[in-house]
Design a protein around this ligand. Structure first.
Ligand code: 8X3
Length: 248
């Protein structure tokens, strides 16, 4: 039986990933800030299958302790799913809050590299895998994307660079780059549930389950195959044109 650790497991893509991997017979470690949601998930899935750890992924000491204190049966991690991440704000750079930028960098970049570095020795020993949740925002700049897009470009490029460093180890690394997925993501980003509902209404967006099933597929491929990067969008989403500012 294989073991996956999924960060940001309390909602959205992370929660769906926990369900998908547990349903496919993996042991899962789910981490996140909201203990009540993790508890409910563990009650539902069963504690032999799901071990939950409630901590803030931005807290260096908590990260290290969480991984040090893994119980029997969950110590040998085969797959790290670096899912925890967030977007804050849609304002252009000159109007945004610096604190929001730092929160995104601490979560989407610092925590992601720290979790990876802490788990790498075991992943190498077991010829495991890493799936990093990037975004279409890594590949296409858009107004208000600023630091969020840059953190997701980091996640993508870090994944590709890891592949080089891990050459010959058998460890697989994948950057998953989804577009519009209906989760709490947009409510967090805008601070406005009604605005989030309006964005998704009638657009048939992707679901957390769509991305979770993609992750499970990536992780279940024969071990000689590596998906380097994978970009997904709902059919209803595509690309906008360039902007041109005119004088007068
Ligand atoms: C965010 C992707 O398309 O919802 O990661 O802006 S999108």
């Amino acid at each position: 039986m294989k073991t996956a650790i999924v960060t940001g497991a309390t909602a959205g893509i992370g929660e769906a990933a926990v369900r998908a991997f547990a349903g496919a017979g993996w042991r899962v470690i789910g981490t996140g800030r909201r203990a009540d949601r993790l508890e409910a998930l563990a009650d539902e899935i069963g504690r032999d299958t799901l071990h939950t750890i409630a901590f803030d992924i931005r807290d260096e000491a908590a990260r290290e302790q969480a991984l040090r204190d893994l119980p029997d049966g969950f110590r040998d991690v085969d797959l790290l799913v670096n899912n925890a991440g967030l977007a804050l704000g849609t304002a252009p750079a000159q109007e945004t809050k610096l604190d929001d930028w730092m929160t995104m960098i601490d979560t989407n970049v610092v925590a992601l590299v720290a979790m990876t570095r802490l788990l790498l020795p075991g992943l190498i020993a077991r010829k495991g895998a890493i799936i990093n949740l990037s975004s279409v925002a890594a590949n296409y700049p858009y107004t208000g994307g600023n630091v969020y897009g840059a953190t997701k470009a980091f996640a993508r490029q870090f994944s590709l660079c890891l592949r080089s460093d891990l050459h010959g180890t058998g460890v697989r690394v994948t950057s998953i780059e989804p577009g519009m997925v209906e989760t709490e993501f947009t409510t967090v980003r805008t601070g406005d549930k009604a605005a989030s509902d309006k964005l998704y209404a009638g657009s048939n967006p992707m679901t957390g389950e769509d991305i979770a099933q993609t992750m499970l597929w990536v992780a279940s491929l024969p071990p000689h195959l590596n998906i380097n990067s994978l970009e997904l969008m709902p059919v209803s989403q595509s690309f906008a044109g360039f902007q041109v500012a005119r004088e007068g």
